[in-house]
Design a protein around this ligand. Sequence first.
Ligand SMILES: Cc1cc2nc3c(=O)[nH]c(=O)nc-3n(C[C@H](O)[C@H](O)[C@H](O)COP(=O)(O)OP(=O)(O)OC[C@H]3O[C@@H](n4cnc5c(N)ncnc54)[C@H](O)[C@@H]3O)c2cc1C
Length: 384
Amino acid sequence: MSELQQSLRQAIEKICARFGDDYWLKRDSDGKFPEEFYRALADDGWLGVCIPQDFGGSGLGIGEAAVMMETIAASGAGFSGASAVHMNIFGLNPVAVYGTPEQKKRMLPPIAAGKAKACFAVTEPNAGLETGKLQTRAERRGDRYVINGAKIWISTAQVADRMLILARSAPIEAGRRPTDGLSLFYTALDRRFVEVREIDKMGRKAVDSNALFIDGLEVPVADRIGEEGRGFEYILHGLNPERILVAAEAIGLGRAALARATAYAKERVVFGRPIGQNQAIQHPLAECWMELEAADLMMLKAAWQYDHGLPCAPAANAAKYLAAEAGFKACQTAIATHGGYGYAKEYHVERYFREMMIPKLAPVSPQLILCFIAEKVLGLPRSY
Ligand SMILES: Cc1cc2nc3c(=O)[nH]c(=O)nc-3n(C[C@H](O)[C@H](O)[C@H](O)COP(=O)(O)OP(=O)(O)OC[C@H]3O[C@@H](n4cnc5c(N)ncnc54)[C@H](O)[C@@H]3O)c2cc1C
């Protein structure tokens, strides 16, 4: 890690130390958005870590953002903490890259300052991972678009006041590829025209995920990012960095689980000795350490490639896959190490385990990553 990254890590650790495991356990049971935590990062200027300096951010790279997100998750904040700020950190990349100067000036500073909260609305009930099948329509009427449709799993839509949304502005048959004809908008989440219905889910209760029912939402043309019909391309540009950040978050949470398991293995005495003296306890923990380190290296490689303008898709996808697997194994091992206590909420590892399912499933599934590596790296025929 560079000196900058090391000092960044220390600064974030200092903030996270104010929000211990008990804070996150409470948020996990009451489901309240961790506003104090969000505010603490915003007040010290961390939400704009990747936003260009001209627009209120620090203009740092994805490598620095990854260190930040890993540190947040590793503090025990897990995905409750990381997902609360994830969208501020890199979500508005399409605006930073493809927005007009007027849009950047209008849209980026409130996100960097933590004055606006945004959600990212892509997934749809009838499309799943097949983005080309998105059905939500954006119909042009003079200087506005009118959006109608439904989205699913949209995180932070309960607290967000803006949304980055992908919608179909031309019929699927009109384009060369199914992903042609999708347009991207960053606009107000006007609840008069968008019903936001929370999904009761397995973990990360403090950061909501929702079904959105959009009925006649008017969006000014000035809120369209880039050209009409090219929204999918703009989203694609941000997918690799998103995978890198999710990998960093999974590694962080895996490390939090490993730290708890190791501490417990040292102090729990059964049969007259600490359980950590048994190889059957030690070896899985040692494996978790190695696998988390290896995933971390892949993640840092992907971040380095991205920050140096090099192709990074294989490494970014591999990092997301390996980090989710390693993190999941660490959480599972942490529960096993705690024995029955691992199942009790007050030992925290069951919460980590539930949250660790998220990077296994989203933003892309492990199966689709394997398909990507098989096809794009190994040159095997496309299987779907
Ligand atoms: C907690 C959480 C938060 C989320 N937040 C957001 C958000 O903020 N914004 C947003 O837009 N989305 C969000 N998502 C959605 C997430 O990105 C999707 O759930 C994910 O992309 C998978 O889509 P799906 O659930 O419809 O799965 P499906 O597409 O229905 O796939 C189901 C399963 O089938 C497998 N499968 C499908 N096709 C193939 C194939 N050809 N070969 C092999 N396997 C295949 C998949 O790998 C998967 O395991 C979130 C999801 C979760 C769980």
